[in-house]
Design a protein around this ligand. Structure first.
Ligand SMILES: [Fe+2]
Length: 192
């Protein structure tokens, strides 16, 4: 079953994000969908041709995590944008953030600090599926650092392509714009 790129053109017009930046970002995302499908097909062909165990198979298998997560994380990211940026701190998620981090403000400081780390990747607020605890985590590129059996709740892209067109190297300004557009209803719906 092939993956299909979702349409996020509804996000165009979001404050703090230019149309050029968003359209380029959608194109990059579509590339991950295309490459995920391509790799899945190639790996399936190699399996049927008895090529498992070859260096080519191993490298494509390794690459799959990069392309697949590049696709899926962009979907989490675009899906958690387009909102008002206002979290009801007395709601389920607001209370849980305060409980697990000491206060909402401490959570925000930690999440923004994670996103401001040097390097390219993602900041993800996860919920541990076992303990239900919330954690902020840095993902290097698309595939390194994921926490097993944890559910992404809030996902923020901090590759330079996510902001450099509009903000240059001012990543903190981009992160502030991201926060103004978080769709907290979507984020809260991911919480168990
Ligand atoms: Fe991206």
């Amino acid at each position: 079953m092939a993956y299909t790129a979702k349409d996020y053109s509804n996000l165009i017009g979001m404050e703090g994000f230019s149309e050029t930046l968003l359209k380029n970002h959608f194109t990059l995302y579509q590339g991950y969908v295309t490459n995920t499908n391509k790799l899945a097909d190639l790996l399936a062909s190699m399996l049927s041709e008895g090529k498992v165990g070859t260096p080519e198979y191993a490298e494509l298998k390794r690459r799959f995590g990069f392309e697949f997560n590049g696709m899926r994380l962009h979907e989490y990211y675009f899906d958690n944008l387009g909102g008002s940026g206002v979290l009801d701190k007395s709601g389920k998620l607001g209370r849980k953030l305060a409980e697990d981090f000491g206060s909402y403000e401490d959570w925000e400081r930690d999440f923004k600090g994670t996103g401001a780390m040097r390097g390219i990747g993602w900041a993800i607020l996860y919920q541990d599926n076992v303990t239900r605890k919330l954690m902020n985590q840095w993902i290097n590129e698309h595939e390194t650092g994921h926490l097993a059996d944890c559910i992404p709740v809030l996902v923020m892209d901090v590759f330079e392509h996510a902001f450099i067109t509009d903000y240059g190297l001012k990543r903190a300004d981009y992160i502030a714009a991201f926060f103004k557009n978080i769709n907290w209803d979507v984020v809260e719906s991911r919480l168990r």
